[in-house]
Design a protein. Structure first.
Length: 367
């Protein structure tokens, strides 16, 4: 795997110029029912910062390494789904402006609004995968999932990381009662993440801390990170595998080269008497060197013929571990064989050249 392969994957959001931090109302002694008002106030404060273009708050942040919420859709347009028809979904809850802040395109319909309150009609937004699975070939706007009206469709995004495949995701308004569950019940269960799309990052962290302290000086913020850094951290496993694989591959090639050179040097040394006899009978140095190099080439060709099929077979396993590599990369194979050919030529030429410089009478007495 090359980390660049993962970085070039379309993850469904824009990771540039997004600053994130988390807060948990419980850490400052707030009850569940008080959490929603607290987060609204912090959101208003951070949105008003001079370097901030837009802001939002959500339960799950993009590429979240701590939360992944799942649910099941039981009903579509009032029709209860059979067990085999029920749709497993990931879900998130967020404030208005979340999609524009993280750069996830709204493909159809509208975003959440401040008017989507407890007294308003229950609404949800779905991603492309959920729209296609729940309502194939239909315009999903206006249809209902578990009693909530679909008001928008957004592009698929990969929250769990670039290696995953798009899956159905259901988005709910953070500050609206959903399915008989008061917002304070899910907001107060754990921390929330604030996302800020900024024009300039200069002094932004200090401004955010001051804004939060102006609301409650006892409320700590944590998991402070840009979306770009969060995405890079999500590649840690892949980057480690790539580094280890590259090191092992280079080490294996080095050992193969050393082994090939050592074998040929030993083989030529054992043929010193033979070389002496040939030279005593008038064989030319060039002919002897060519003989050794030719035999080395045949040995190498035999090894390559046996090794390439084995390497192709083993590469199928490597493909499951490393993202974005071909099962058998011709370029890598060609480079490896080229290095081995170069080493083989030297491994045959240098010992043979050294052996032909020995006096034939000395070579005949060589044990």
């Amino acid at each position: 795997m090359h980390p660049g392969n993962l970085w070039r994957v379309d993850v469904g959001y824009n990771r540039d110029h997004v600053f994130m931090f988390s807060a948990d109302a419980k850490l400052a002694g707030y009850a569940r029912q008080e959490a929603g008002a607290l987060y609204r106030t912090i959101l208003d404060k951070t949105r008003a910062l001079p370097g901030v273009q837009s802001a939002s708050v959500s339960i799950v942040r993009p590429v979240d390494d701590q939360y992944y919420l799942v649910d099941v859709v039981h009903e579509i347009d009032g029709r209860t789904l059979a067990d085999a028809e029920k749709i497993k979904v990931a879900w998130n809850a967020m404030s208005p402006g979340y999609f524009s802040t993280v750069g996830t395109p709204l493909l159809m319909g509208r975003d959440f609004e401040l008017g989507d309150s407890d007294s308003a009609l229950r609404v949800v937004i779905v991603n492309e995968s959920l729209a296609h699975q729940a309502l194939p070939g239909q315009n999903p706007i206006g249809h209902r999932l578990d009693g909530a009206e679909i008001i928008g469709v957004v592009k698929d995004s990969l929250y769990a990381g670039a290696r995953e495949q798009p899956r159905p995701v259901l988005y709910r308004p953070l500050f609206q009662n959903q399915a008989g569950m008061d917002p304070g019940q899910w907001i107060g269960v754990g921390s929330v993440s604030f996302e800020l799309r900024y024009r300039s990052s200069a002094g932004l962290l200090d401004e955010v801390r001051q804004a939060v302290r102006s609301v409650d000086r006892n409320l700590p913020i944590f998991r402070v990170k840009t979306l770009q850094a969060q995405t890079e951290d999500s590649f840690l496993r892949e980057r480690l595998l790539a580094t280890i694989s590259s090191f092992i591959g280079a080490l294996a090639l080095l050992l193969a080269c050393l082994g090939l050179y050592g074998l040929m040097a030993y083989t030529v040394a054992r043929r010193t008497v033979e070389i002496g006899i040939r030279m005593a009978f008038g064989a030319r140095r060039r002919a002897i060197i060519w003989l050794i190099v030719r035999e080395t080439a045949w040995l190498l060709l035999g090894g390559v013929a046996a090794g390439i099929p084995l390497a192709v077979w083993l590469s199928r396993y490597a493909k499951t571990l490393l993202f974005g590599i071909a099962g058998a990369d011709p370029g890598i194979f060609a480079a490896s064989v080229g290095v081995l050919i170069g080493v083989a030529v030297l491994a045959g030429f240098l010992p043979a050249r050294r052996a032909t410089k020995v006096d034939p009478m000395v070579a005949l007495r060589y044990q």
